[in-house]
Design a protein around this ligand. Sequence first.
Ligand SMILES: [Fe+2]
Length: 232
Amino acid sequence: MTLAYPLASNAAHPPRLSPAYKSTVKRSPTKPLIPMRHTLSELTGPVYGHETARENDSDLTTQHKGEPIGERIIVHGHVLDEEGRGVPDTLVEIWQANACGRYIHVRDQHPAPLDPNFTGAGRAQTDSKGYYRFVTVKPGAYPWGNHHNAWRPAHIHFSVFGYSFVSRLVTQMYFPGDPLFPFDPIFNSVSDEKARERMVSSFDLENTKPEWALCYRFNIVLRGRNATPLEA
Ligand SMILES: [Fe+2]
């Protein structure tokens, strides 16, 4: 078990203040951060047990009576540490808009339909090799009011819990070739091009299921030179 976490892994992560991404202007700190020493209880727990993530939690298409509308997809990958070792038994949580680009949330009132058969949240535990797998539908792009004609590229939010609360990490997974990439201040708040590419999943024909679902691979590297950019 890792008992010390580096404060800053590398320069890949977006700055807390990215003026083009408007909400960071008010919520980013204006004074230098004060480092807080982690206590043993923060570093060692609480943790999720094996029974916390049930088997069908990872299939977002079977959580209701009927099947959700949209393009069924498989999203899978490895959670890796800086040495390329799989991180086993860690909780991976996702949340996303439906195929029309609408979230079930009071703040999301844009004129796209909700889907009674899609909640848009799921979780899975990595296996002994650090591997996870979800079945879901491809989320739609949605408008977000950051600037004139602002649309988010299709994305799935990811949280990797790690060993304890202080190691929880959050990022977003994108889909290859999205035409909205150049216009999205959140995607571009990660200034390094190579780091941005690490937030884009790759199309995985080998694991695409014939007659059933396309597959995308998204590996999450927690630390080090190849770290996936993470939200502050
Ligand atoms: Fe989102």
